[in-house]
Design a protein around this ligand. Sequence first.
Ligand code: X2W
Length: 294
Amino acid sequence: MTIPPSANDIQTRQTIVRLLSSMASAKEISQYLKRFSQLDAARFAVVKVGGAVLRDDLDSLTSSLAFLQDVGLTPIVLHGAGPQLDDEFAAAGIEKQTVNGLRVTTPEALAIVRRVFHAQNLRLVEALQRGGARATSIVSGVFEADFLDRATLGLVGEVTRVHLAPIQASLQAGSIPVIASLGETTGGQILNVNADFAASELVQVLQPYKIVFLTGTGGLLDDQGRIIDSINLSTEYTDLMNQPWINGGMRVKIQQVKDLLDKLPPSSSVSITQPSELAKELFTHKGSGTLVRR
Ligand code: X2W
């Protein structure tokens, strides 16, 4: 197989070839590489990284993303910071309050949200740079937002417009855009935006070839705690949502993925996996984690 010229370090090339050939045939991997390389950079992949992944799996995440850059591909990364916010709220003695999974955000809480998002963003960018990758920190300028429900949720935003210029600039420089899910109103008020919602808005604008959610669990789990390979929403959605073993978090996730896929072309799919499986998900027919189709 041919590795694009950006993988110019012999050792990196050898590692890549070894890693890939252990997952699937060279022919299979080459097909995907070729397909991805022909796409416009902004159409390759949006990877949403949950805060739990940043906390528990930063090394795998960093090497998986750097690996993509080694083979000449630049994913667009959007991250959350949920568990880190929980910790900081607890440390500040602020009680966590959520409505439908969204964090009620007072002005005092927003100060923490901004600080934590900046810190987590920088943590990932610096880890990528230490791992030899190029990465650009983007904590503002992408998500224009409006108050979602000011009376109930306070300083929480829903995205009204996505500005691609900062992302395009990063991609043109061959640098991985690492985006925090903070929004800003036209009046300049910063708002806390749920990272899955922000990812969904970004994906609707970009319509990338691959949409990947990296989570701590590495996929959606069945009643035995095993990862479900694939879900076809058109035939399985109602049945799945009626299962007693589907827990609250998973119900919300399935609902969010369905809402997202409903707004995308019928051929679209969403992959839910873990960082160490990202290359397998992207470059093999079998994939990894859970593939959700419409
Ligand atoms: C989220 C933003 C962080 C997030 C929050 O405050 O927790 C709202 O709920 P994960 O790690 O991707 O869940 N915002 C409004 O979504 O992070």
